[in-house]
Ligand binder design. Structure first.
Ligand code: KG4
Ligand code: ZN
Length: 335
């Protein structure tokens, strides 16, 4: 059995896990930075300072609570990209220092791979499977062929889906992060009232574009006096629009996989926006694949997914050198 300590610092969550290959999470310590809430978005400088402040205490606490020693670990892992460079440096350097002192292997985890693989901690999902990765930083459709082996079928040409949720929420004077609030308010809204543009729909391929929808919501908000019901209806209509786009793109992904002679049985919906039950419900209703999604605490950023990706890589002996430099941009395809 293998046990590893893993660290996540790529955005605004500082998190540490100790996890083993028997799928046991010994401890998961997570500190979510709330400063960004008041500012309506993530300020990279503040985020990296907060990681600096909290990471070593979280590591100490994880070691104490799991009742193990550094010498009991088989490896250490960190999210080394993609993400905000300040946070990536803090997490990667700290983890490499532990690897150096304890003489344990170091594993540089790609944050996107962590989102894609965490499902295998929970369910027996075998390769190859389709991944709809919808988060605050990314929006992609991928085929996961194996650990470290991915084909990107399409991605957003502008905003990520989480960004679109957060920006629309801001226009509606809702707090950051806006995704969960939009989902909540949409429940009392009429999703057929406003027709936002379904960008890319009916086009070939799997790319996405959300900037037109954002502009369309902005224009509407400027026109309306906006009472409470309007806000609910905008939230519901926005989600309706997004779900139509996701549906269209996933259907194309299935066609593309077939044209590559890759037989797909399973779709994994993951990343922060995958916490949205309305979007998942729509895909489950109309897509003829087994659909898997992690629970919401494993959809949004956490260290459990990084630890699990580390375990999957360690099992295959994918170890990285201690001079591995964090990569703010890091495509999964060239992993
Ligand atoms: O994966 P994540 O924690 O961070 C990145 O790796 O980017 O995703 C955060 C994003 C935020 O934009 C947040 O608004 C969105 O996930 N989000 C949601 C929901 N919960 C979180 N979006 C829509 N509906 C939700 N329930
Ligand atoms: Zn993420």
């Amino acid at each position: 059995m293998k046990t590893i300590l893993a660290v996540e610092t790529s955005c605004d969550e500082t998190a540490v896990v100790i996890i083993n290959s028997a799928k046991q999470v010994l401890t998961h310590e997570i500190f979510s930075q709330t400063e960004h809430k008041e500012r309506g978005g993530i300020i990279p400088e503040i985020a990296s300072r907060a990681h600096m402040e909290h990471l070593s205490n979280l590591i100490k606490s994880a070691i104490n609570k799991s009742n193990i020693n550094f010498c009991d670990l088989d490896a250490v892992a960190a999210t080394s990209g993609p993400g905000l460079i300040g946070g990536l440096i803090v997490g990667t350097m700290m983890t490499k220092a532990i690897a150096h002192v304890t003489q344990k292997p170091f594993i540089a985890v790609n944050h996107l791979e962590a989102h894609a693989l965490v499902i295998r901690l929970l369910y027996e999902v075998e390769f190859p499977f389709l991944v709809l990765l919808i988060s605050g930083g990314h929006c992609q459709l991928l085929i996961a062929q194996d650990v470290g082996k991915y084909i990107k079928l399409g991605e957003t040409l502008d905003d990520s889906l989480g960004e679109a949720f957060d920006k629309v929420a801001k226009m509606l004077n809702l707090n950051y992060p806006g995704g969960p609030l939009i989902e909540k308010l949409a429940k009392k809204g009429d999703g057929t009232r406003f027709k936002f543009p379904r960008a890319m729909i009916k086009r070939s391929g799997c790319n996405f574009s959300f900037s037109g929808i954002k502009t369309s919501v902005k224009n509407l908000v400027q026109k309306l006096k906006m009472d409470e019901q309007d806000v609910h209806d905008i939230c519901a209509s926005f989600q309706e629009c997004i779900s139509d786009i996701l549906l269209d793109r996933v259907k194309n992904a299935i066609i593309m996989a077939a044209s590559l002679n890759i037989k797909i049985k399973d779709l994994v919906i993951t990343g922060g926006v995958a916490a949205n039950n309305f979007l998942k419900g729509k895909l489950k209703k109309y897509i003829n694949l087994n659909i898997f999604s992690p629970p919401s605490n494993l959809c949004t950023d956490n260290a459990i997914m990084v630890g699990w990706a580390g375990i999957e890589r360690l099992k295959r002996n994918y170890i990285d050198p201690l001079n591995f430099a964090p990569r703010p941009k890091w495509e999964l395809e060239n992993y």
